[in-house]
Design a protein around this ligand. Structure first.
Ligand SMILES: [Zn+2]
Length: 258
């Protein structure tokens, strides 16, 4: 049965959007966990959690979910009593509509469950000076390969930020991006034909310069991540903690009374 609508929790929406806004040059990928259910003969999906996935292929419009990522998500979903119901990826600087590659990927995922769906967050789309437009679409692929738009509703979360979501925001997300930078560095070093198998003390000056270049590039990437992502997240947590302490004090005063 085809899907009628998707109900996405505000918390998952916030996490997917935060991940999408982390990188302006590459598309980001997440898997969505939740439940499918039937009501009045129609089929719906409710999304409760998301799993941040690292990108294996960083070329434009090449978002692919590896078998390991899918199998890991299925295991995690089963452990939490949910199912993998959809996937989400970002379109930085490009239209929100799915590409032919996206529609093909979606079609193959629908073979597991015909209710499986895809989300796309379009971001970094400058519509006027100083104004950015963020768009979200939910889609499936029809048998003829064309796009079917699925209604999506964002539902309020019961709590502002659950421990699970906070952990994704301040740990999983930076860790995933930092790991990707290290993988890029390791791959660059391994692909360099002058990389020595011998110790650096025996390396030629040219090799030492190349190693220094790879190391400096990694340090620059890590510094940028720290400046643009980790530091703002730490400030966000500190502000939130300060507001919580103020709220506790206010409630204590109200409880005690004048
Ligand atoms: Zn895409």
């Amino acid at each position: 049965m085809a899907l009628t609508a998707v109900y996405l929790s505000a918390e998952v929406h916030m996490l997917c959007l935060a991940y999408s806004l982390c990188t302006e040059k590459e598309e980001t990928l997440a898997l969505l966990l939740g439940h499918f259910y039937e009501e009045n003969g129609k089929s719906y999906a409710r999304v409760e959690r998301c799993l941040i996935c690292s990108r294996k292929d960083k070329r434009k419009d090449r978002v692919e979910i590896s078998e390991e990522q899918l199998s890991g998500a299925i295991t995690e979903a089963e452990a939490s009593g949910t199912s993998v119901v959809g996937w989400s990826h970002s379109h930085p600087h490009i239209t929100v509509f799915p590409s032919h590659v996206d529609l093909r990927t979606q079609k193959s995922l629908q073979m597991f469950d015909q209710r499986f769906f895809g989300l796309i967050f379009s971001c970094f789309d400058t519509v006027a000076a100083g104004a950015e437009r963020i768009q979200l679409t939910c889609f499936q692929t029809l048998p003829d390969g064309s796009r079917a738009e699925i209604a999506i509703h964002i539902t309020p979360s019961e709590t502002f930020l659950t421990p699970d979501a906070l952990s994704i925001l301040v740990h999983t997300l930076p860790y995933t991006l930092l790991s990707e930078e290290r993988q890029v560095h390791d791959a660059s070093v391994a692909a360099d034909p002058s990389s020595p198998s011998r110790s650096s003390s025996e390396a030629s000056p040219q090799t030492i310069i190349k190693q220094s270049y790879h190391g400096a590039t990694l340090i620059r990437s890590l510094a940028l991540l720290s400046d643009r992502l980790v530091n703002p997240l730490v400030r966000f947590c500190e502000d939130r903690h300060a507001r919580n302490l103020q709220e506790i004090e206010r409630l204590k005063r109200e409880t005690v009374g004048p």
